[in-house]
Design a protein around this ligand. Sequence first.
Ligand code: NAD
Ligand code: IPM
Ligand code: MN
Length: 368
Amino acid sequence: MSTPSLLILPGDGIGPEVMTEVRKIIDWFGAKRDLAFDVTEDLVGGAAYDAHGAPLSDETMEKAQQADAVLLGAVGGPKYDVLDFSLKPERGLLRLRKEMDLYANLRPAQCFDALADFSSLKRDVVAGLDIMIVRELTSGSYFGEPRGIFTEGNERVGINTQRYTESEIARVARSAFELAKRRGNKVCSMEKANVMESGVLWREVVQKVHDEEYPDVELSHMYADAGGMQLCRWPKQFDVIVTDNLFGDLLSDVAAMLTGSLGMLPSASLGAPMANGRPKALYEPVHGSAPDIAGQGKANPIACILSFAMALRYSFDEGAEADRLEKAVESVLADGKRTADLMQAEGGTPVSTSEMGDAIVAALDASL
Ligand code: NAD
Ligand code: IPM
Ligand code: MN
């Protein structure tokens, strides 16, 4: 088989900083595990706007469509807040998700034992936590029409529309059930069927897919507000959570804090299989461009590095190598290495972004 292609889009803020560390990891797999990738780098977000006047050029979009996998850092920054909505860095990311039809966004939240005392929740609430949030990513209120800011009488009105078709719900539900079969065999679906018609349809369709195709997977339903509360109260009751685009955005940030830091959470956005059998895929950390710490060497690269581990697992069928990388991260944390986001106010000296990357490479070496 030919060398798989990987399109790297570092983006803005801490995006390029954490991506530099991922490049070290990619190089390591090439040199030490004979896992070579044909890597191309390009611009997205504010960086693309600065170069081309648009947050994603048509050429970059086409490269993303052709790539075996895309790895993205982060987009956005205060400098771009004044731009017209259509030119904002975030639109570049949303275009990638929509045009690649990446409907299933997998956001795992795993608590590494070494960080269990660092979570804002008690150790026994989070220790050993391993949940997977499956967020619908190409529809719902992020994309529904009508949308916009309109004038109505003598004032303006801002409109976004929550919209889901049965097929959009069914396909992401299937992704969740398939994942659950390989994990704890449990799915909890979250919506607001008590107040939203789209939530009523969501619940009905998820139940139907379950009854007809996955009767052996345990399914429960929960209102999304209660789901947020339960995630903080006793997160280990969950295995796979499936939810819509907006609720998934909120609930995955909540889940991030269970693991200790937003700087720890990777994600995979998957679409339908391509001709070569691989799913269309984009991998990115859950966090943003962190303008408050950008350029200071403080960013935690682990979320982005673990996103590459997800690429190894879901795009390249290299589950054992993904395990190797995740174990390397775990051992570095067990050794006490911490970037600043993983330190209590009173504790020790943090390592820099590049020191964390180097330590993970050293742990990979030690794994051989
Ligand atoms: P953010 O995730 O950038 O930052 C939130 C907080 O978490 C900040 O205090 C930041 O310093 C910290 N943080 C985030 N990632 C970290 C890391 N790897 N290491 C250490 N600390 C980290 O969210 P925000 O401040 O709400 O948004 C900033 C910009 O990023 C906005 O323009 C937003 O639209 C964008 N954003 C982009 C993405 C993405 O590209 N996928 C995701 C979220 C936000
Ligand atoms: C995320 C981000 C994005 C979202 C933004 C930057 C478009 O918050 O990936 O979680 O809202 O989906
Ligand atoms: Mn978000």
